[in-house]
Design a protein around this ligand. Sequence first.
Ligand code: PEP
Ligand code: MN
Length: 343
Amino acid sequence: MIIAGPCSAETREQTLETCVRLAETGVVDMLRAGVWKPRTSPGTFEGVGLKGLAWMAEAKRLTGLPIGVEVASKSHVEAALEFEVDCVWIGARTTVSPFAVQEIAEALAGSGVSVLVKNPMNPDIDLWAGAVKRFMAVGIPAEDIGLIHRGFSYFGQSKYRNAPMWPLAFEMRSRFPEMMMICDPSHMAGSTEWLHELSQAAADLRYDGLIVESHCNPAEALSDAGQQVVPGEFERLIRGVNWRREAVDDPEFQRALSRYRDEIDQIDAELFSLLGRRMRVSESIGRVKKENDVAILQSNRWGSIKERVLGQSERLGLSREFLAEILEAIHVESINRQNSVMN
Ligand code: PEP
Ligand code: MN
């Protein structure tokens, strides 16, 4: 399922030109545009409202493609239904609000229009799942509900505008296995630079599709200018994604795969047994510290462990970020184990 269109419908010309050129690529299944824009900061472009719905309805007539818009309230849903949209999506800033989601669900019930629920801004899986359950609870069938993974707002430095945190999306998928899950590389990336790698990652992780922002003149876009591509570039992006097969019957492939899997299982067994051993040593340290009434956290020691391990990053062929993350998890567990011995 490939959904494409501008972040926002801005003018009739921009909406129609973008949508027609997207339809001509032949790789689009549905057109999108935001007509009400929930913006982080006031004073920025907040959408054209109803006019935009009329332009999208016109794009639908011109291209024969179904259309989708973002809704954030009951009145948005009513207007969208009036203009015969085929799909609505719930934006990341709306999924966080149970009142808003409930009101939207009730307005949408029985309409037959499908709904795509974007992940909430913050990495809270229950909030995302809760929003989905509100749509199910008003009787919208699972096949009319889909999930959009657009990444999570993240405090600190990150390569992307919104951190993917892929495991959260896998968890969501296992909670709702019957629902379509598509990836939004545009809002994840925040820049055209990472669209390809994120789209390919989604294909490799067996997502069911992509929703991508495209604009006929991205440099002049009134919202999300940095992440939108022209329709031609969008077509190259989509054609460049390799949706690999899930499996093949070839016995040679099966043998090779199972050999490597055995090797991985063996390595995992050793890895976790070593971690168990390390934690038992941490407990012994806890006992010695307790006998001598010494504090758990010895920051010099921790600093030197970190320096030593991170210094081996190149030799190990593991990134410093990955090593730092593993070390941090080990350190936290080690402190917990010492704490359980000492207190
Ligand atoms: C959008 O799709 O234009 C949008 C506002 O996305 P998100 O809710 O993911 O920020
Ligand atoms: Mn956008």
